[in-house]
Design a protein around this ligand. Structure first.
Ligand SMILES: Cc1cc2nc3c(=O)[nH]c(=O)nc-3n(C[C@H](O)[C@H](O)[C@H](O)COP(=O)(O)O)c2cc1C
Length: 296
């Protein structure tokens, strides 16, 4: 059994990628029931009681192992870690921020932590900070990106594997058995899946978002900077974005985008996040089927 599988305690080395503020106990439980590692995204939650309720809800649906993603910039991270440890979570992932101060706490609580990195330099410094594993996310992935020039999964995963000894989870561009096997061949012990699970039967994403992923063509996403931040989001180039880009340019589009998840489905300016791999996704399937086909 790989070091990663020992850490996760699940059957397949497939981790559910956190998606911003989207938390669905049903989806987390579906991933874990199918043999993967379901993950709550507690990074953007402000109330400890919300974290407790989500944990209870997942536990009422599955007795299989699941974890949570902590966003290190969130000032409540330490409190949430204690709640997660008390609830029996054995392994968390950590994103956006330096892992240096939090990993001693994770270890004192008896947990393991896998840190999310987008570049080799961050991978090397995270290992020095004591992380137990790395999620290495290539530039084609959905989610937040830096404004730096970045490497794709195909380059970044073996590059990081050349420099670190901790288990690597590859993320970005993986939607089926081809990507899964490629990731293992590149030196990863497992994968983290974002966009493919977003376009699943159990995903809480609004229908227009799921449909936009199904309709996403080759080259159908782009990095759009977040206003006043040194970060960009990978978004589907919706008809509205394409029109406004030609009329008004990137800065205006970034300022005018509707980022409130509740507005997806009712506002043509909605920011619909997805990875480049949307081009490979052509149907909405149950998570159990996605995982079964991925490992077949
Ligand atoms: C809309 C969206 C939001 C995301 N939000 C987060 C997040 O809050 N924290 C995080 O660590 N990763 C986030 N991600 C990244 C995913 O967890 C995962 O690493 C990534 O989607 C993998 O690439 P893929 O989309 O090609 O599968 C997000 C991805 C998407 C598509």
């Amino acid at each position: 059994m790989s070091e990663l599988l020992k850490m996760l305690g699940c059957r397949y080395p497939i981790i559910q990628g956190p998606v911003g503020m989207f938390n669905s106990p049903r989806m987390v439980a579906a991933v874990s029931e199918a043999g993967g590692y379901g993950l709550l995204a507690v990074g953007f939650i402000n109330e400890a009681d919300t974290v407790r309720k989500l944990l209870d809800d997942v536990r009422s649906l599955t007795d299989k192992p699941f974890g949570a993603n902590i966003v290190l910039m969130n000032p409540n991270s330490r409190e949430y870690l204690k709640i997660l440890a008390d609830a029996g979570v054995k392994t968390v992932t950590t994103s956006v921020g330096s892992p240096r101060d939090i990993y001693p706490i994770i270890h004192d609580l008896g947990m393991h932590g896998i840190h999310v990195v987008l570049a080799l330099a961050h991978a090397v410094s995270a290992v020095k900070a004591g992380v137990d594993g790395l999620v290495v996310v290539g530039s084609e992935a959905g989610g937040l990106r830096s404004l730096n020039s970045e490497s794709s999964t195909m380059v970044l995963v073996p590059l990081v594997a050349d420099f670190v000894k901790v288990p690597i989870v590859a993320a970005g561009g993986i939607a089926d058995f081809r990507g899964y096997r490629a990731a293992l061949a590149l030196g990863a012990q497992g994968v983290q899946i974002g966009t493919r699970f977003l376009a699943s039967a159990e995903s809480p994403a609004a229908e227009p978002w799921k449909q936009a992923i199904l309709d996403c063509p080759d080259g159908g996403t782009s990095l759009i900077p977040l206003p006043n931040m040194k970060l960009a989001q990978r978004l589907i180039l919706t008809p509205w974005i394409q029109k406004r880009l030609s009329e008004a340019g990137l800065e205006t589009v970034s300022a005018e985008l509707e980022r409130n998840p509740a507005k997806i489905g009712s506002d043509e300016r909605a920011a619909l996040g997805a990875g480049q791999v949307g081009a490979l996704i052509r149907d909405i399937k149950p998570i159990a089927q996605i995982i079964r086909e991925m490992v077949s």
